[in-house]
Design a protein around this ligand. Structure first.
Ligand code: PGA
Length: 251
């Protein structure tokens, strides 16, 4: 076993108000297990307007702040975009890039995802780079090929195990209550590690897609799973904390 520090990251997506973001943050903070030096890290990836609220309420605590996207550009005339520097400036440590919802709804290519990840790394933000197959690709038996292609095209050349996190998220498992079997998750995480070659041993590889309190312990216990990216269940403090606790209980 290497020293890959687990991460449980909540992805709030486009949910919440100023007031609900604040109360959710407070409830998560009150129930967050104490983090040991090499223990699991907890990250909340909030919508842009709520980042400051979450950041101010969690300042100095074990709760880390993440965003859900960033620009590949440094600054300039890019209406509606948010730069990695801006995120860093308000206290973010992580940013999700290449989530399947951005790939499918905004036509983001792997090349753009790699550029966004590079922009994040350039200012010291850790990109959580998402990869994963669609249901049709899963049914066709091409999950592994799709994920390998995502990896080869979405990882910037400067990626290291310290400045990058990968999230394997089968698209068909996101928000559906469906998950691959534990054997399938184990196999694809192993394959991702192998594909990464020299980077593989120390790279954190999270699983995402319908992680819930009742399946978290089994998924997080898999050797090559280094944490979870949690959507729906991160919107309820009790569910998110149960998943964080499962990561802490992992031996
Ligand atoms: P889910 O979403 O946990 O609601 O399936 C995961 C994600 O999209 O990151």
């Amino acid at each position: 076993m290497t020293a890959r520090r687990p991460i449980v990251a909540g992805n709030w997506k486009m949910h919440g108000t100023f007031s609900s973001a604040a109360s959710l943050t407070k409830e998560v903070m009150e129930n967050l297990p104490k983090t040991q030096a090499d223990g699991p890290q907890t990250v909340v990836c909030a919508p842009f307007p709520h980042l400051l609220t979450v950041g101010q309420l969690s300042a100095g605590s074990d709760l880390h702040l993440g965003a859900q996207d960033c620009s590949d550009k440094v600054q300039g005339a890019y209406t509606g975009d948010v730069s990695a520097t801006m995120l860093m400036d308000i206290g973010c440590s992580h940013v999700i890039v290449g989530h399947s919802e951005r790939r499918s709804l905004h036509g983001e290519t792997s090349a753009l995802v790699a550029a966004k990840a590079a922009a994040a790394q350039a200012v010291g933000l850790i990109p959580i780079i998402c990869v994963g197959e669609t249901e049709a690709q899963y049914r066709a038996g091409s999950s592994r090929a799709v994920v390998e292609q995502h990896l080869s095209e979405s990882l910037p050349s400067g990626a290291t195990a310290l400045n990058t996190v990968i999230a394997y998220e089968p698209v068909w498992a996101i928000g559906t209550g469906l998950t691959p079997s534990l054997e399938e998750i184990a196999a694809i995480h192993r394959a991702i590690r192998d594909t990464l070659g020299a980077l593989g041993a120390d790279m954190r590889i999270l699983y995402g897609g319908s992680v819930k309190p009742d399946n978290a312990a089994a998924i997080l216990a898999l050797d090559d799973v280094d944490g979870a990216l949690v959507g729906g269940a991160s919107l309820k403090a009790s569910e998110f904390i149960a998943i964080v606790q499962a990561a802490h209980n992992r031996v």
